[in-house]
Design a protein around this ligand. Structure first.
Ligand code: ADP
Ligand code: MG
Length: 488
């Protein structure tokens, strides 16, 4: 039996809901199911969602025993052959939400003609998704490989020639291979766009559409992101058929276990403040705006005695992978990154994310911040704010639904040593006198309301545990992920 489009019944009765952006996309069609009760149901198991036994066993081996809410909501529809839009917080398990139905639908491919493709925005994410799905693919006797730029094409070509059922790819390299005639997507029956809103951005959309247009027939299409809005509507309209949209916790995208602090700093002291915070972290991810900035800040943090690496788009892929590996292994507990690391990446045990340079907008804030507090863990996010950045930060907070004071601190402020111990006061206000450099002065409104800061004292910066599956993930080859072919 196939789970693909041919089985789809466009008029399947779907619970209709009222207010959602996505309904504008298909005004005539019921598009959204918000079914939080299903997500909250404690007794639901992967088997009950329809996940095959071999996959359930492979999940159990990695310590994954019960589904997360986004998985409860989306897996049954995906298995029923529906096109799905899935919106759920960062770190909430979207990879398996699309990965499990994908693996159940994927069949043995002809050489150079994969059956399933997952498109992702970055090379590291391609690796990570392939790594996460590889042991599950192996349990099904399926071949999976990651395809992305910056590494030798010949290995990828060889893999395609020997027959790959499922590929996880960045669009640029995939298009290169298509143009060279090394592969075809004509037989693709199953398409996933992870970080779908970014894949629909101006930067990616032409590349993505070039791929989608070469697919014969109507593949089943799954779109997932923590911020599924804006440009994604065009992809939905053009490439999805009678899609169902599932949104977990639609009212807010903030993650409950995430503590957020906004610290006013002066230009001369910003690096020192960041260094103090990094020194107290197990694993700190520091976001900066530019590639040069990433190299420079990494050098400066290293000069304070912190083992630090940089990752950005101008490094060779081998350097990118080495930096990420050193960060994951704990060999280098500080990683300075551009937004190349903002989306999708999951490294166990990142307890602090620092916005050293402010994020471009609230979506970038959310995705960068979402590298911590994943899969129910605690996490701390610190935004450093120069006086001239106050206005932009106010806008980002507003758009993100936050209302937190920017608390000015010098690098000798003791509160930097235990960020979890003080609660960010609610109420974003303009600093008086334009200065932000003197320690201990909270710029705050007197009457806090709608505080989004997590209560203090839960030890957010240290409470880090490592998943059971961590070892197996690291042991795998970094560049191209294969599962061995095991045919009956
Ligand atoms: P997202 O794509 O939503 O940001 P991921 O798919 O990267 O999140 O998942 C975050 C982490 O949660 C990963 O380490 C993943 O293996 C783990 N995870 C996913 N689903 C489950 C589950 N049902 N139980 C336990 N851990 C899970
Ligand atoms: Mg993801």
């Amino acid at each position: 039996m196939s789970f693909f489009s041919r089985n789809r019944t466009p008029d399947t009765a779907i619970a209709e809901s009222t207010a959602v952006a996505e309904t504008e996309v298909h005004p005539a069609r019921p598009a959204l199911v918000v079914d939080e009760s299903a997500a909250a149901d404690p007794i639901v198991t992967f088997e009950e969602l329809g996940v095959a036994r071999d996959l359930v066993a492979a999940l159990n081996e990695r310590g994954i025993t019960s589904p997360f809410p986004v998985q409860v909501l989306t897996i049954p529809d995906a298995l029923a052959g529906r096109d799905v839009c899935g919106k759920a917080k960062t770190g909430s398990g979207k990879t398996l939400a699309f990965g499990l139905p994908l693996l159940m639908g994927t069949t043995t491919a002809k050489k150079r003609r994969p059956v399933s493709i997952v498109l992702v925005p970055t090379r590291e994410l391609a690796n990570q998704v392939a790594d996460e799905l590889a042991p599950l693919a192996e349990a099904r006797g399926l071949w999976i490989t990651a395809i992305y730029g910056g590494v030798s094409m010949s290995r990828q070509i060889n893999a395609l020639r020997s027959g790959v059922d499922l590929i996880v790819a960045t669009p640029g390299r995939l298009n290169d291979l298509l143009e060279r005639g090394e592969m075809s997507v004509a037989d693709v029956r199953f398409v996933v766009l992870d970080e779908a809103d970014q894949m629909a951005d101006m930067g990616f959309l032409p590349q993505v559409e070039r791929i989608l247009k070469q697919i014969d027939g109507n593949p089943q299409t799954l779109l997932f992101s923590a911020t599924l809005d804006g440009a994604v509507g065009e992809l939905v309209r053009k490439y999805q058929h009678n899609p169902v949209t599932h949104e977990v916790e639609s009212d807010t995208q903030s993650v409950d276990s995430l503590a957020q602090r906004f610290i006013g700093v002066s230009t001369d002291d910003r690096l020192e403040v960041a260094a103090k915070i990094c020194a107290g972290a197990t694993r700190a991810l520091v976001f900066v705006r530019t590639t040069h900035g990433a190299d420079r800040i990494a050098r400066q943090l290293a000069a304070t005695g912190l083992r630090t690496q940089a990752i950005h788009g101008r490094l060779s892929q081998s350097k990118r992978e080495r930096a990420l590996a050193a960060f994951s292994d704990g060999e280098s507990p500080v990683l300075v990154a551009t937004n190349v690391a903002a989306r999708g990446l999951h490294v166990d045990g990142i307890d602090v994310v620092i916005h050293f340079d402010p994020p471009e907008d609230h979506k970038v804030y959310l995705h960068r911040s979402g590298r911590t507090a994943r899969a129910g863990e605690d996490g701390m996010v610190v935004t450093l704010v120069l006086p001239e950045q106050m206005r932009d930060i106010a806008q980002i907070q507003k758009d993100a639904g936050l209302d937190l004071a920017i608390v000015s601190m010098r690098s000798d402020d003791k509160r930097l040593l235990d960020l979890a111990a003080w609660e960010a006061p609610a109420g974003l206000v303009w600093p008086t006198g334009g200065g932000s450099s003197q320690g201990g002065n909270n710029n705050r409104r007197p009457a806090p309301r709608g505080a989004s800061g997590r209560p203090a004292g839960r030890g957010a910066t240290r409470a880090v545990s490592h998943g059971d599956h961590e070892g197996s993930r690291r042991d795998r080859e970094p560049a191209v992920a294969f599962s061995r072919r095991r045919r009956p």
